[in-house]
Structures are given as C-alpha cells and as structure tokens.
Design a binder for this molecule. Structure first.
Ligand SMILES: NC(=O)c1ccc[n+]([C@@H]2O[C@H](COP(=O)([O-])OP(=O)(O)OC[C@H]3O[C@@H](n4cnc5c(N)ncnc54)[C@H](O)[C@@H]3O)[C@@H](O)[C@H]2O)c1
Ligand SMILES: O=C(O)C(=O)C[C@]1(C(=O)O)C=C[C@@H](O)C=C1
Length: 310
C-alpha cells in the first residue's frame, strides 16, 4: 500500500475508465476517499455495490464538494455542461482533470467554467476496451500504457506533478503534450482506425443479407478484430468524431488516397507495389514490438480475466 496521493477523489461518470481508476486507486491506497456521480441511478447503485466509491451522489455538484481531485470521466460531448454545473462547488486549490479521448474540444468546453484557484489539467489514458459501464473496469487497465497530460500554459508545476504521480502509481507512463498535437496523433492511432473498423463491419453487415450466416460462420481473425473495435460505445465514439472533426477528416483523406493506390495496384496486377507496401508496414509493426511499445494487452477485451494487481 502506498500513501494516498489525494485525500478525496471525485469521479464524475462511473464507466470503464472511472471504474478502472477506482479499482487501481483502491488496490494501491492512492486516495483517502472516493466519491462519485453518474447520471443513472442504476450505475450509481452498481458503483456502491462493487465498492468503486465510498459514497455516491445524485448530483455532480454534491459529489465534487470538498474533493482534492475531480475526474471528468463522461463522454466528451457532455464535459462542458458538467463543468458548468460543478464549477461553483469546486474546492479552492483542487485539481480538475478529465480522461476524454479528444483534448482541444474538451479544453474549449471546460476551461471557461473553471474558477481561479482550481487547476484544470486535461488528460487522456491511452487504454481501454470495447466494454463500458461500471462493471467493465479493472485495476490493471493502465499498467504500461501511456497517460497523456495536456496542461494549459499557466498551470503551476506542483499540481501537474501530483497528477502525474497518481497516473504513474496506477501503472501508467506519463507524457506531456500540446492539445492540438494530441488530437492529430490520436486521429492517426485511434480515431481513424475505429472509423475504419466501424465501416468494415458495416460492409459485412450489408453483405450478410446476401450470404446469410456465412460471414459469422467463417469470420477470420482479421474481421473478428474489427468487430471487437466496432463494438465500442456508440455515444463515446459519436462524440469523438464530432469533436475531433478536422484531424479525423485530414487523416481519413490521406487514408482514402492510400486506399486508391492499393486499389489501382490490385486492378493493374502490380504485385511489386503490393509486396513493397506490405513489407514497409510489416517493418513498422516489428519496430513497435522491438521498441517494447506493444502494450495492447489484446486479450483483456475478449473475455480473458485481467491479471491481478501486485
Ligand atoms: N473506453 C475507452 O476505451 C476509453 C479510453 C480512454 C478514454 N476514454 C474516454 O473516457 C471517457 C469515459 O469513457 P468510458 O469508456 O469510461 O465510458 P462509459 O460509457 O463506460 O462510462 C461513461 C459514464 O458517464 C456517465 N455519463 C454519461 N453522461 C453523463 C452525464 N450527462 N452526467 C453524468 N454522468 C454521465 C455514464 O452514466 C457512465 O457512467 C470518455 O470521454 C472517453 O472518450 C475512453
Ligand atoms: O483497446 C481498445 O478497445 C481501444 O480502442 C482503446 C483506445 C485505443 O484506441 O487504443 C480507444 C480510445 C481511447 O481514447 C484510448 C484507447
């Protein structure tokens, strides 16, 4: 057990990410007390039953009162409204962070409501699964995964160091990044890949009407991986695409151009182009593994039990 890094932590939204934080903080004694709020009474009851929170509240305003750290763990599209609601109730000197998958839009929506004396430090753990809700969380979700913080220019160093310490104590590796750069990088590494998976499963769904059950019966590993990603939460991903619009459209444009290159090579029988292309992409994958960056923990989302926290 470590010494608590924050006295009271308030989790707003009690789904996959907040539940995983609660498990990780409890397993390592990182918070003196955890309070919480989610919009549905069922989720609030589940959070108490599983032991995510010591106390849950019907309103976000009540949940944040007296908290040293407030974590917004709700879909990106509702962060601004919640920030407006909790702002008058935040304790002076408290840190407010979020775990949203997009950073610029969250900063635009939240920062105007943050009172002077409260430190707003946006963040994003690069860890997740296709599951959602309070039962989906597990304590090791963040182990060996990146947690990006995108502090605003005038944020003092001490609260950033304290938040970094919490993320690291939950097992994550922390980096600081400019919000715009974050959104572009994530458009390449997470957002556009999700859109492609959603699209591929949509294509198969159309075909299924022709081939009946064959697509399910003979679905190969590649397609199954797409279906896992395409099972991700619709609200979360709707908000990601609506709020990281420019970067996603930019990467999607580049993707389409590449796709046309490959499409033409197939049509023209240009095997050399295909071979060279796939050789390059294989080298990228191998480079990632050699650099020790393949921390995808792929089985967590497929029913395998997550490992115990030490
Ligand atoms: N799932 C992932 O893989 C992943 C990874 C990293 C970051 N994120 C980000 O973390 C955030 C939460 O995602 P999650 O996967 O935990 O989602 P989730 O669907 O599991 O949980 C969301 C929670 O927010 C609550 N909520 C929704 N609207 C609300 C409102 N208006 N007021 C109060 N509570 C509300 C829901 O009841 C639920 O408890 C999102 O911003 C998402 O972009 C998700
Ligand atoms: O593994 C998964 O299911 C995920 O999609 C997790 C993932 C990702 O793209 O890596 C999804 C969204 C996040 O904001 C961070 C992590």
């Amino acid at each position: 057990m470590s010494a608590p890094i924050y006295g009271r932590v308030a989790l707003i939204g009690l789904g996959l990410i907040a539940a995983s934080m609660a498990h990780a903080m409890r397993a390592r004694g990182l918070a003196g007390e955890i309070t919480g709020h989610a919009k549905s009474a069922e989720t609030r009851a589940a959070a108490l039953e599983i032991g995510l929170c010591d106390r849950v509240f019907d309103t976000a305003a009540d949940a944040v009162a007296g908290a040293d750290l407030v974590v917004l763990a709700v879909p990106v599209g509702v962060m601004g409204a919640i920030a407006a609601e909790i702002a008058p109730h935040l304790k002076p000197g408290a840190t407010l962070t979020d775990v949203g998958s997009v950073k610029q839009a969250v900063i635009e929506a939240v920062a105007p409501h943050v009172p002077a004396g409260v430190h707003f430090i946006p963040g994003h753990p690069l860890a997740g699964t296709e599951h959602s809700g309070p039962h989906a969380g597990f304590a090791t979700l963040f182990v060996n995964r990146w947690w990006l913080l995108t502090p605003l220019p005038d944020t003092p160093e001490a609260p950033v160091a304290q938040l970094r310490a919490l993320c690291e104590a939950m097992g994550a590796n922390v980096d600081l990044m400019e919000p715009a750069h974050h959104d572009l990088v994530l458009a390449v590494t997470s957002h556009t890949p999700h859109l492609i998976a959603y699209t591929m499963v949509g294509v198969a769904d159309h075909l299924r009407r022709v081939t009946e059950t064959e697509i399910v019966k003979y679905s190969a590993a590649g397609f199954r991986d797409f279906t896992r990603i395409a099972a991700s939460d619709p609200t979360m991903w709707r908000d990601v695409f609506l709020t990281n619009k420019d970067a996603t459209l930019d990467i999607l444009g580049r993707f389409t151009e590449e796709l046309f290159v490959l499409q033409r090579a197939i049509r023209m029988g240009d095997g050399q182009l295909l071979f060279d292309y796939f050789t390059r992409t294989r080298a990228i994958r191998r480079g990632i593994i050699e650099a020790g960056q393949d921390t995808a923990a792929p089985d967590f989302g497929r029913g395998a039990p997550p490992p115990e926290v030490g």
